[in-house]
Structure formats: C-alpha cells, structure tokens
Design a protein around this ligand. Structure first.
Ligand code: SAH
Length: 346
C-alpha cells in the first residue's frame, strides 16, 4: 500500500486521481495529516465514511512509533528515538529554548561521513530517509506540543544524524513542505541546514532561492587537521568549502555560521585561533564554538572552561562574530547518535 505521508497537495491529487474526488479533498487530507494529527483515515471526520474506508484500503499514513524517549532533568530537552515501519530508527531532539521550541531532525539513519568526533557515524549509514520520514519527526513533535498546550515548533535545525546534502532531494522537499501553510507554515529563516561541506550541493542550494540559514561544520582551520577529523575534507578541501559558503552568503544575504567543535590540545591553541581568524576575516559569517561531547575511546576531550573562554575572546578581539553553544541535554545522551547507538548495541 502506498504511503501518502510526505506528499504535497499536488502529489496527493495525482495519487487520488482514480477516486475522482473534488479538488478540495486533497487539501482536507493534507491538513488532517500535517496540521490536525490524524493517524488514520478514520480520524478524518469531514470525509464521507465510504471514502474513508476506500482510502484506508489503498493508502497508509506512515508515521513513526516512539521507540524510546528521554527527558533531561531540567525538563527542557527531550530526545525521541522514532522507529519507521521497516524498523529503522532515528533520533530527533526537542529543545525548549527561551526564544521558542527548536527541533533537531535527522536526514539519514546513521551516517557515512566518518567524522572522528561524531557518534552518528560509528555504525555507518543504514539508509537515506524519505521526505515523509524527515517531515514526520517535526509533525510528531508538533502534535505532542499541541496536545500538551506547549506551543508549536518554532525553529528547525537540520543537524541531527546524517549529511543532509547527501540526501539532497528529500531534504529540499522537506524544507519546502515545512514552509507550506497546510503543513507548519514555517518561515525559511527559521530553518537551518548544517553540512560537513558537500561543495557542489552547497552551490546548488544557493540557487534554490530559499533563504534558509546555512551552517558549515568546519572544526579545523587547515586541511591537514580537518582531513584528520573529517575525511570528507579530502574530497572537498576546506578552501573550496569556505568559498562555497561565501557564495551562499552573497546570493542569499544570509550570514553563514561555522561550527567549530573545541577539542583539547587538538584545535584549541593559539596557532589554530590565528589560522581561523585569517581564514574568516571580512566574511559575512560567524563562528559557533562547541565544547566537544567527549569521545573517550578516541581521546578527544573537552578543553577547560578557561581555554574555551580564551579562544572565544581571541576571535572577538580579531573581529570575528562568535558564540559558544549552550549545552542542553548532555544528561540524556542528546549528543548526536548516542541514543540510537545505545539501541544498536542492545
Ligand atoms: N552532517 C552535518 C549535520 C550533522 S552533524 C554536519 O556535519 O554539519 C552536525 C553537528 O553535530 C556538528 O557540527 C557538531 O555541531 C555536532 N557534533 C557532532 N559530534 C559532536 C560531538 N562529539 N560534540 C559536540 N558536537 C558534536
């Protein structure tokens, strides 16, 4: 049976063509799936009963099951492990921020980028997620927030497991759907995509005409160190990544954020700070420093608080916009891939 969750109204109309329905039916069904929490056609009470059962015998509304859930002690971060029909599970995180509810969605089950510091990649990549599977992460949380009268999903970061620009079509279709008034009606400016630097697709993204925010996982200020931490740098070297990010900023007039995980004794010294300043000087960009979630097996440890502060100040003094990521949810294994890995090991 065909799964219709993840289709646009237009695509839905095409699927429904054999039923010869009035055009507005597709819109009603979409609104039920995406805005009103319908899990089955039976829930769609403004459709004729006969139609509901006809639809139910031809289509399914593919939504994931909540396989696990962890709430942080302060109640602000919730991590979900969501499982799709084929048993594939992904992580989605809800962060209740002072400025609203932010969610972090996954675009692949696992990841094959092989970054040295990241838990998502430890078991490789199982598969790309479909548009509907990416969207369902947002809708499951939106439905929960609505039921609990805790507001709505205000911002989306595409920064969970996987490399979004390696699943380009599905991710783009997801972003466009989020923006549709019959889905979340989300402003493009409230959506951030984070990439490890898939250069050709960064250019492609710039041409889409969507003013979403771009984050680039930089993590090192030169090719030698970056290739050690991020094998993808051997294919798309740092300078090309930075050039593609500059192009994105120029075309979209949006400031690009460079993510820089701070790792003790590895990329947190004065030499690296100096190189980073030279690399980014004069760009429409900012740096987000992320004290690493330690990967003890690889001896990647977190610098001291003083060291982090020093690095931040060095960038400030050299006129680079810089922030340090506030930590949320470390007590619930909210760092990338950790909850999923726990289940894979079990
Ligand atoms: N593949 C994309 C998106 C997923 S990873 C990308 O590389 O950008 C996105 C982010 O996960 C990284 O930039 C980093 O902010 C975070 N991350 C991964 N492992 C981490 C770790 N051990 N400690 C802190 N942040 C980590």
């Amino acid at each position: 049976m065909n799964n219709i969750f993840g289709l646009t109204i237009k695509e839905l109309q095409a699927e429904l063509a054999p039923f010869q329905l009035p055009a507005y039916r597709a819109r009603q069904i979409a609104e039920w799936m995406y805005r009103k929490g319908a899990r089955s056609f039976e829930d769609m009470t403004n459709l004729p009963k006969k139609l509901r059962s006809d639809l139910a015998s031809s289509f399914v509304i593919g939504r994931p099951r909540e396989k696990d859930r962890l709430d942080s002690a302060d109640g602000r971060t919730t991590k979900f492990l969501l499982e799709f029909a084929d048993g594939t599970a992904v992580e989605t995180v809800l962060m209740r921020q002072p400025y609203g509810n932010s969610i972090c969605v996954s675009t692949q089950a696992g990841c094959n980028m092989g970054c040295a510091f990241c838990a998502s990649t430890l078991h490789g990549m199982a598969r790309n997620l479909s548009t509907g599977e990416i969207l369902s992460q947002a809708i499951v949380i939106e439905d929960m927030l609505r039921a609990e009268q805790q507001g709505k999903v205000d911002t989306v970061v595409i920064m969970g497991s996987g490399e979004p620009l390696m699943n380009y079509e599905h991710v783009l279709a997801f972003i466009r759907l989020l923006h549709e008034p019959y889905v979340l009606g989300m402003g493009y400016r409230n959506i951030t995509l984070s990439t490890s630097g898939i250069v050709p697709n960064m250019y492609r993204l710039a041409e889409e005409g969507l003013p979403i925010s771009l984050s680039v996982s930089l993590h090192a200020p030169n090719d030698v160190l970056r290739s050690r931490l991020m094998p993808i740098n051997r294919k798309y070297p740092m300078k090309d990544v930075v050039q593609a990010a500059c192009h994105y900023a120029e075309v979209t007039k949006r400031r690009v954020t460079y993510e820089y995980i701070l790792i003790d004794q590895l990329n947190d010294g004065e030499a690296q700070a100096r190189e980073l300043v030279a690399l980014l000087r004069g760009q429409l960009a900012s740096v987000n420093l992320i004290p690493i979630n330690p990967v003890v097996e690889r001896q990647l440890m977190r610098p001291s608080a003083g060291r982090i502060r020093w690095f931040e100040q060095y960038l400030q003094e050299h006129h680079i916009n810089v922030t340090v990521r506030r930590e949320m949810g470390t007590d619930i294994q909210a760092a990338c891939g950790q909850l999923r890995n726990k289940h894979i090991k079990d």
